[in-house]
Write a protein that binds this ligand. Structure first.
Ligand code: KG4
Ligand code: ZN
Length: 341
């Protein structure tokens, strides 16, 4: 019998997320998140050891919270899904050890989940879910990929970044502009006050003839520009943020549309932290509208890391009868290509 109540646990980076998903009803019952942004802010990025220790502190209280919010007891959990990778090894080990231990104690199966599969399937939690197959643009802090998604567990890589991920480029450029970590949301807020085309950055690999990306040059373009100015004032910083965001968004939008066109599919899914970027969504809506392509996004709260997407991926893998295993020996996979899961 397929598992009904799935507990999802996310701990791959700097967010501890837990969620309960009712697979029979196809409904998220509860989810809870603790973000470590404040913990890492002084360091300008994630400190792995601090992240692991904080995941340990947060997991049990968050589990209690989701059980209470859903009005369920621990004994009712039918399977435990957790992020097995990719991510920070120590942070992943916290979620994996917790999930395996809990499942062993309950005598329930575990479902190891690929973090990017969680992101990729997260739009299925929205009120307007996409149907398979679709093209997915996955843009997070660690990855930028275009995937052909035939169904649950059926992913083919079409193109990816050759250097920095889109989120990483946002974060590094934001740091150059003196913005706090994580830089993506801060840079995009600053860009709103920037004037269009006051400075213009290159569109890397826009005409490369393939679906790969390269974003590290954008950060260098921003650095060069800042050095030329010396000490940029408030308006100049906003103009730089705007130029950076316009460049990265144009490349992401054009390459996504090219992937959709080449596939002959009329559906595009956008997922991962950068998918929360409002300018990216605005430009995508505009371009897909003209091209007659349907575009699907996760709810804003499920763009960045969360437990709900892991519970959902676990439920869908369970229903498809893939990768469910008895609790027991386990290993995390800090590096793990999505087309190998
Ligand atoms: O998916 P995610 O939460 O974590 C990873 O799996 O990496 O993505 C985090 C990334 C960070 O680089 C963050 O700066 C970026 O997503 N991000 C954004 C926005 N919100 C988060 N980038 C641009 N605009 C945003 N609004
Ligand atoms: Zn993520």
């Amino acid at each position: 019998m397929p598992a009904m109540l799935i507990l999802g646990i996310e701990s791959s980076c700097d967010e501890t997320g837990l969620a309960l998903y009712d697979a029979q009803a196809g409904r998220l019952l509860a989810h809870a998140l603790h973000s470590q942004i404040v913990l890492h802010r002084d360091y300008g990025g994630v400190v792995p050891e601090l992240a692991s220790r904080d995941h340990i502190r947060r997991t049990v209280p968050l589990l209690r919270q989701v059980l209470s919010d859903a009005g369920r007891s621990l004994g009712e959990v039918d399977a435990v899904a957790y992020t097995q990778g990719p991510g920070l090894a120590g942070a992943l080990l916290v979620g994996a050890a917790f999930a395996e231990g809990l499942a062993a104690a309950l005598g329930r199966p575990v479902i190891p989940v690929h973090h990017l599969e969680g992101h990729l399937l997260s739009p299925l939690l929205s009120s307007r879910p996409p149907a398979f197959p679709f093209i997915a643009l996955l843009v997070s802090g660690g990855h930028s990929q275009l995937m052909f998604v035939a169904g649950v567990g059926q992913y083919r890589l079409l193109g990816e970044t050759l250097d920095d991920a889109a989120g990483e480029a946002f974060d590094k450029t934001a740091q150059l502009l003196g913005l706090p970590y994580p830089g993506g949301p801060a840079l995009s807020a600053l860009a709103e006050r920037g004037r269009p085309d006051v400075c213009r950055f290159p569109r890397p690999m826009l005409h490369s003839g393939n679906l790969d990306f390269s974003f590290s040059g954008l950060k260098t373009a921003a650095l060069t520009h800042i050095r030329e100015i010396g000490e940029p004032g408030e308006q100049q910083r906003a103009d730089i943020a705007r130029a950076f965001q316009d460049a990265i968004v144009e490349v992401l939008v054009e390459k996504s549309l090219r992937a959709v066109e080449q596939s002959g599919l009329g559906r595009l899914v956008v997922a991962g932290g950068v998918g929360a970027n409002r300018e990216l969504r605005r430009r995508l809506d505009e371009r897909t509208g003209k091209a007659g392509v349907s575009v699907f996004y996760p709810e804003f709260e499920f763009c960045t890391d969360n437990g709900a997407m892991i519970a959902l991926a676990g439920a869908l893998r369970c229903a498809a009868d893939i990768s469910r295993k008895p609790a027991g020996a386990f290993a995390v996979r800090p590096r793990w290509p999505l087309d190998d899961c």
